[in-house]
Design a protein around this ligand. Structure first.
Ligand SMILES: Cc1cc2nc3c(=O)[nH]c(=O)nc-3n(C[C@H](O)[C@H](O)[C@H](O)COP(=O)(O)OP(=O)(O)OC[C@H]3O[C@@H](n4cnc5c(N)ncnc54)[C@H](O)[C@@H]3O)c2cc1C
Length: 452
């Protein structure tokens, strides 16, 4: 590298420009050499480039390291911290601490894999390159896109600045999850309002899990008689899979929880503790609800980077084959998790199932063979219904239950709560993120067939 650089510096400015190097006329050849040699030494081409270092990105980074060697793999992720988001449901209800949900990105990055600590700005699959926010261009042979889903608090009038007021929180971000717990603890009397937006979301159960937990907390602290617990959802149903929805309807009746369907939060007047909803069945009709506590699930949408690239489908999601997770038009591009258009519920459990299929698809592709394993859409949602009960929903692309245990999982159970609160975090940090756990029906695999 030093030889090349010396040549660049003693030749012309034009030459430097051609090589995409910075011209440094006032510096000595040595200083110039040092500057440029370090930028050349920073490798800008990888056999496997992974975009996003969340659940899917770190998992695939670990799997790709095993498949092709750490030196061939890089993960682009700007955040210093990696969070186990599913536990935020319990953080918002005071059952776990926010600190317990996060670890440094450095500690979860597979050893030897290059961590590119930048934000992806642009993906150019026609030239097999991506550009990061500091202007660096990175080229790849194969690409895995794991950029997650985009939160849009700003699409609700009055947010995100409304979070500066008390009485309002959101389990969907690390900045606002503890505000939920504060609002719950400080509840005196009035309406406790929980919302579900008019967009696709990650973990579609989470917006109502916090309602059940809040109800349980208010009962435990003797405040429930002074509270109206209200769930305003944009959806026409309480939950998408009938088997579990039937059980949830029984619970809401038994516990006197008020469910209003087709109600979409459009404005928060945090200074007055008012939430404004539109009736999706009667365009133009709005209602104002006063709250003593408000939990907001924000509108969500595709990653803006994916949406702005040729990799997107019409709606902006990463356009992948639902069986193999390979991109429909760019065969050297693959996707996993919330950023994709896989027609299943977006969850970490789905990422676990997808990771083994994607690993198989990529290893076959590397051998120039046809992918032979199909993803069945497996996803799972542990519906927390109190501080010690969970309904464990597990289902596939067709909305058919795909359950782990030979018992009725639509029933509230203590065992499932311990799975959610105690077992799953360990499996996440020590199994999934190390690429050691996953496959179709990952829980089933664990409990019946052992780790894989
Ligand atoms: C409150 C809550 C409760 C949940 N409960 C459950 C549950 O009980 N069970 C369950 O299975 N799942 C649950 N989930 C969902 C689960 O956390 C997600 O589905 C899972 O994390 C998806 O993984 P992912 O890799 O697709 O996205 P993420 O894990 O969100 O990772 C995306 C990564 O991409 C990075 N990124 C974004 N943009 C860029 C860019 N431009 N350049 C580089 N990097 C970028 C982000 O920083 C992030 O690290 C819950 C989520 C929440 C918020």
């Amino acid at each position: 590298a030093i030889l090349i650089v010396s040549f660049v510096c003693v030749s012309s400015k034009k030459m430097a420009a051609l090589h995409g190097l910075r011209w440094c006329p006032t510096r000595s050849v040595t200083a110039c050499s040092l500057h440029i040699s370090s930028s050349i030494a920073a490798k800008q081409h990888y056999k496997m480039l992974v975009l996003g270092g969340g659940s899917g990105g770190i998992t695939m980074g670990a799997r790709m390291k095993r498949l092709m060697g750490a030196e061939n793999v890089a993960v682009v992720e700007p955040s210093e911290m990696h969070y186990y988001q599913p536990i935020w449901t319990l953080v918002g209800a005071g059952a776990k601490t926010a600190a317990s949900s996060g670890r440094s990105t450095a500690s979860v990055m597979p050893s030897g894999v290059k961590w590119v600590k930048s934000k992806v700005q642009e993906i150019n699959p026609d030239t097999n390159t991506v550009r990061t926010d500091d202007g660096t261009e990175i080229s790849y042979e194969y690409l895995i896109v794991a950029l997650g889903i985009q939160l849009h608090y700003e699409k609700i009038k009055g947010l995100p600045e409304g979070f500066e007021h008390p009485k309002i929180g959101s389990n969907y971000s690390i900045q606002t999850v503890e505000k939920t717990w504060n609002a719950l603890q400080n509840f005196k009397e009035g309406n406790a309002v929980f919302t579900f937006p008019n967009t696709p979301v990650k973990c579609a159960g989470a917006p109502q899990k916090i309602m059940y937990l809040s109800d349980a907390y208010l009962r435990k602290t003797g405040k429930r008689s002074k509270a109206n617990v209200i769930y305003n959802t944009s959806l026409p149903v309480l939950f998408g899979i009938k088997k579990y929805a039937d059980s949830l309807w029984e619970i809401v009746k038994r516990r006197d929880l008020q469910i209003n369907l087709r109600q979409n939060l459009i404005e928060v007047r945090a200074d007055k503790q008012e939430a404004v909803f539109e009736n999706l069945d009667k365009p133009g009709e709005t209602s104002v609800v006063e709250y003593e506590m408000l939990h907001v699930t924000p509108p969500m949408g595709p990653s803006l980077v994916v949406k702005g690239s040729p990799l997107a489908d019409e709606a902006g999601w990463l356009d992948v084959d639902k069986d193999t997770l390979q991109h429909k038009r760019y065969p050297n591009v693959f996707g996993i998790g919330d950023c994709t258009n896989l027609p299943t519920a977006k969850t970490g459990a789905a990422v676990a199932a997808q990771s083994a299929i994607l690993n198989r698809t990529i290893s076959k592709t590397l051998k120039k063979e046809k992918p032979d394993k199909k993803y069945d859409g497996y996803t799972s949602c542990p519906l927390v219904t109190s501080y010690n009960t969970v309904i464990l929903a597990e289902f596939d692309y067709n909305g058919q239950p795909l359950e782990t245990f030979p018992i009725n999982q639509a029933k509230e159970r203590r065992l499932m709560y311990h799975m959610k609160a105690d077992v799953m975090p360990h499996l996440y940090w020590h199994g999934l993120l190390r690429g050691l756990w996953g496959g179709p029906g990952p829980y089933r695999k664990l409990f019946h067939l052992g780790m894989k």
